[in-house]
Write a new protein. Structure first.
Length: 475
């Protein structure tokens, strides 16, 4: 199952305790790379601080030199297990040979022509493949762009052009990207929306169906809020689109109840509203289906894919009903780089790898391994308030008080440090940054998965033992 790679032979053994010349941290007692081995890293850290704006946040002061499968080796030669996968971009694993070969072959043929001048045949081939693998038994077309945010922007444009309506419904605690329209649709103030207004008008954020963070049995009152919205804010027949993540990603892996998406589908169909399913983070096998919306049986009008679509090359897609996709005028959609043939070649290889290596099934297996361990930890560590997930999109929420769900954000930050010091790259999520989420490549082997989970368990024990002063000092 594990992806082979021409880099594997150079990898330092084993990420189990992959740091050479280790020393001990005064604060946490964990192992960290020795000072002598830190020269390249500290130089890069200084230069990053000097030349890259602070807005370009990074979780880890680790600078990659090469990657293979589920591992990343840094400029010091330390090898880490990577359970972040470029925030869900590397589902086929780092440096997959089939992706490298496809991209290299296209690079050698020609790099770019711009689809508006001469459309690369690979653009057309990928457009067709995406209409075949996305849910919905109807005629579809595909627009290729460069990023998730750009896919979001274009989906809203298409919905407005198709309906002649303006209003858009999105959800609280969502994340749809960092461009101005995507930010208007994003339901988290810090760090995303703060300081960046004004935003596009006629965009309305309603509560997402979030059962864990609400006390009643109505999962945050999402249904009543929707009904009230059409009575008090905007007439349903003036709403162009509803955009929703089938599982909220940046919002902390919030898995809605089973009736959420079918209810949205029913409302959209009844009122002629375009249902846009944002699969930028949930897509490409992550949840144990090729697209997360498939769990619900709902067919989106427009589906957005990015991240793992092209294994890290900048590519995103809007795939949707042909008649909607054709609503904008010729020239109304596109851009200089959209559907770059090297990225398209990589994406076509990714789709083949998924089929050949059974990565959708693999996501189910990896997710089950992680969930079982997390549920066991939840019994043993008071810190874990909730464990949740769908397929290999699994997370645990850290709290101080299980009853009141008080966010344990400093502990989550400390856990990332502890795990890194043991050779595992992790990232967080959630409105309060207290959710540890797993986005490991789907080529992660069972042994790697177990090893990564062992590291998380050790890190949980270490963090649980920290005093408030140590926590404070560590961050
Ligand atoms: C659900 C969702 N939509 C949109 C985006 C924005 O994608 P990008 O960062 O490629 O613009 C993201 C990024 O994390 C995402 O998770």
């Amino acid at each position: 199952m594990k992806a082979t790679s021409n880099l594997a032979a150079n990898r330092k053994p084993p990420h189990a305790n992959g740091h050479t010349g280790a020393t001990t941290s005064a604060t946490t007692g964990a192992t960290v790379a020795a000072a002598s081995a830190e020269t390249a890293t500290s130089a890069l850290r200084d230069e990053r601080q000097r030349y890259v704006p602070r807005g370009v946040f990074t979780y880890h002061p680790v600078f990659p030199a090469s990657g293979s499968g589920a591992t990343i080796t840094d400029v010091e030669g330390n090898t880490y297990l990577d359970f972040a996968g470029g925030i869900g971009t590397m589902n086929v694993g780092h440096s997959h040979p089939a992706v490298i070969a496809a991209a290299q072959a296209q690079l050698a043929r020609y790099t770019h022509t711009c689809a508006h001048v001469l459309t690369p045949p690979l653009y057309i081939e990928l457009a067709k493949r995406l209409t075949e693998i996305t849910p919905g038994d109807f005629a579809k077309k595909t627009l290729l762009v460069n990023s998730g945010a750009e896919a979001v922007e274009n989906a809203i444009k298409i919905a407005r052009a198709a309906t002649g309506r303006a209003a858009v419904i999105a959800f609280e605690n969502s994340f749809h990207g960092r461009t101005n329209l995507a930010l208007a649709l994003t339901g988290k103030v810090r760090p995303y929306r703060a300081n960046f207004g004004p935003f596009a008008p006629d965009i309305h954020l309603l509560p997402y169906a979030d059962c864990y963070h609400s006390d009643g049995d109505d999962c945050g009152g999402w249904r009543a809020a929707l009904e009230r919205f059409f009575l008090t804010h905007v007439a349903a027949e003036q709403v162009a689109a509803m955009i929703v993540e089938p599982v909220q990603g940046e919002g902390g892996f919030i898995v809605p109840p089973d009736d959420f998406l079918p209810t949205l589908r029913e409302i959209c169909t009844r009122h002629g509203i375009v249902l846009i399913i944002d699969e930028v983070q949930t897509g490409f096998g992550r949840t144990g289906r090729m697209f997360a919306v498939e769990h619900s049986g709902v067919e989106p009008d427009l589906l957005l894919a990015a991240k793992s679509l092209a294994a890290g090359l900048p590519l995103a897609a809007v795939v949707g009903r042909a008649e909607l996709m054709d609503a904008p005028l010729p020239g109304g959609l596109g851009g200089t780089y959209g559907g770059n043939p090297v990225a398209c070649a990589a994406a076509l290889a990714v789709i083949e790898v998924f089929e050949r290596e059974g990565l959708v099934q693999r996501a189910q297996r990896l997710g089950a391994l992680a969930l079982a361990r997390m549920r066991d930890w939840q019994r043993r560590f008071e810190l874990i308030g909730d464990v949740r997930g769908l397929g290999a999109m699994v997370a645990m929420e850290l709290v101080h008080d299980r009853q009141r769900r008080t966010p344990a954000a400093a502990e989550a930050a400390a856990l990332l440090v502890e795990a890194r010091q043991r050779g595992l790259i992790l990232i967080k999520a959630g409105l309060h940054d207290n959710v540890i989420r797993l986005l490991m490549p789907l080529v992660t082997t069972d042994d790697e998965m177990t090893h990564g989970l062992d590291i998380i368990e050790q890190s949980l024990a270490a963090v649980s033992a920290l005093t408030p002063a140590q926590l404070e000092a560590a961050h």
